[in-house]
Design a protein around this ligand. Structure first.
Ligand SMILES: Nc1nc2c(ncn2[C@@H]2O[C@H](COP(=O)(O)OP(=O)(O)O)[C@@H](O)[C@H]2O)c(=O)[nH]1
Ligand SMILES: [Mg+2]
Length: 455
């Protein structure tokens, strides 16, 4: 405290960069209703905070015997956590940020459903912004939603959440929680007009969503223009998707395909041993106990997975809830129309094998052998198994794809457009009467094209 505030705004302007947070998982004894351990839940919440680049300075499980309606935690825990927050704030910039630009310097992430009243009281007690489980997830979805529909779904969920928070009396702190950002940014309007505006906006989004889903097929076609096969990494938060994504793409960047990759930080191209280029896509992680009202938004942010040619299911082989997690992921993939057991497009990467004991490693390897899906043991951290994983991708893509020689009459623009849309044109030659193409096509598309030329 009392330090000159001249440099206090150093981090201001970066997304959430440098913004400190503490993460607390309130554990309600046996009443939690899940098989997952409190420590695993805390790890997940910490992983989520890291996913939006918050700087986690403290994380702990706080046991609660009796949830308080006003503050959730008992008075002892409230004051102890308050001290930790004050310390984090002082460590950062002496609190100057908070006073000068209205953006709280420290955020308290409470990994639970926190009522509006509890949130307000804790924010008062701690003099910092409090974000609950739903608020945190919404921030992540908002940062990651890519498609128009995905963004609409996330905004709809966010507005519904926000409206549910506007039931209490108007306070000064309220004014700081405006717009979309639950983490900061000044709001300006009063509660009544807020409610009305939110209601109107929700109606508009719902109308837009029903329109969008009618034209979804078109969007899908447009997005399919990526010239290379897309491989999507899916899996639970903390399974190691991003670490694997970085490991694989750093070592094998395809310079030629970099143009596409730079459009989106979660999509990068790489070149396989066969010289085939692929686009690797890092997706939003699964979250245990996803609040029901966020399911549609989550699925919308995962929609890109439907267009993937292959799906790599990244699993944390060292996680105690490993099997429960697998069932969750496969259920959601099924909802998206991907059947892990029979479609042949899902590959399992059993990650973090560096953490296993030799016995566990043996067991995991045996399980992998018995699995229906192709399964590779990897460590995204050490790089072990990564080449084997790439080889499996290569093999899958090459085995399935057909290289087709096509002769089109010069005026068959529709067929030409279709081939460029669906396939990878390797070679193109034209003479007076025809266009000769060598095209790499997915087996279903090759069959479709053959049928077309027959009729
Ligand atoms: N020991 C070990 N840790 C890993 C491995 N892969 C990822 N991690 C760690 O697991 C945590 C979550 O990884 P991250 O890639 O962010 O997971 P994501 O949420 O699936 O993207 C990070 O702390 C990583 O350093 C691995 O192969 N071995
Ligand atoms: Mg990640």
């Amino acid at each position: 405290m009392g330090v000159s505030s001249q440099n206090g705004t150093e981090n201001f302007g970066k997304a959430n960069g440098g913004q400190r947070c503490i993460v607390v998982h309130p554990h309600l004894g046996g009443r939690d209703g899940t098989a997952r351990t409190p420590d695993a839940r805390l790890d997940e919440a910490t992983g989520l905070a890291c996913a939006i680049e918050l700087d986690v300075v403290h994380a702990e499980v706080v046991r609660i015997n009796r949830p308080r309606s006003g503050t959730l935690f008992g008075p002892g825990a409230v004051s102890r956590l308050g001290e930790i927050i004050a310390e984090a704030r002082t460590g950062q910039d002496g609190g100057a940020n908070e006073r000068e630009n209205g953006s709280p310097a420290v955020i308290a992430v409470i990994d639970a459903a926190v009522t509006a009243v509890q949130q307000r009281n804790l924010e008062r007690a701690w003099q910092c912004k409090v974000v609950d489980h739903t608020g945190l997830i919404l921030e992540i979805f908002a940062a990651r939603a890519r498609s128009h529909e995905g963004r609409l779904q996330v905004e709809l969920a966010a507005l519904t959440y926000q409206r549910s928070r506007l039931v209490r009396t108007w306070t000064h702190l309220e004014r700081q929680r405006g717009g979309f950002g639950f983490l900061g940014g000044p709001g300006e309007t009063q509660i009544e007009s807020d409610r009305r505006q939110i209601g109107e906006r929700i109606q508009r989004i719902e109308r837009e969503l029903s329109r969008v889903s009618r034209t979804r097929a078109l969007h899908r076609r447009a997005r399919r223009r990526v010239p290379y096969p897309v491989v999507a990494l899916v899996g639970y938060t903390n399974a190691g998707k991003s670490t694997l994504f970085n490991k694989l793409t750093r070592a094998h960047v395809s310079v030629k395909a970099m143009l596409f990759a730079t459009l989106d930080p979660t999509m990068r191209s790489l070149r396989l041993a066969s010289a085939r280029n692929i686009i690797l896509s890092d997706t939003v992680g699964f979250i245990s106990d996803l609040p029901h009202e966020l399911v549609a938004a989550f699925q919308a942010t995962l929609e890109e997975v439907c267009e993937a040619d292959l799906v790599v299911h990244v699993r944390d082989a060292a996680h105690p809830d490993m099997e429960a997690q697998r069932a969750d992921v496969e259920r959601v993939l099924e909802d998206l129309g991907i059947d892990a057991a029979s479609d042949g497009i899902v590959i399992e990467a059993l990650n973090k094998i560096d953490l296993l004991t030799p016995e566990q490693l043996g067991e995991t390897a045996n399980r992998a052998k018995r699995s229906n899906e192709p399964t590779v043991l990897v460590s995204a951290l050490t790089g072990e198994g990564c080449d084997a994983l790439l080889a499996v991708l290569d093999e899958r893509l090459s085995a399935d794809y057909a290289l087709v020689d096509v002769r089109l009459s010069i005026d068959d623009g529709a067929a030409l457009a279709w081939l460029y849309d669906r396939g990878e044109v390797i070679e193109r030659r034209e003479d007076d009467t025809a266009i000769h193409l060598k095209v790499r096509l997915a087996p279903t598309d090759a069959a479709r094209f053959a049928r077309r030329t027959e009729s």
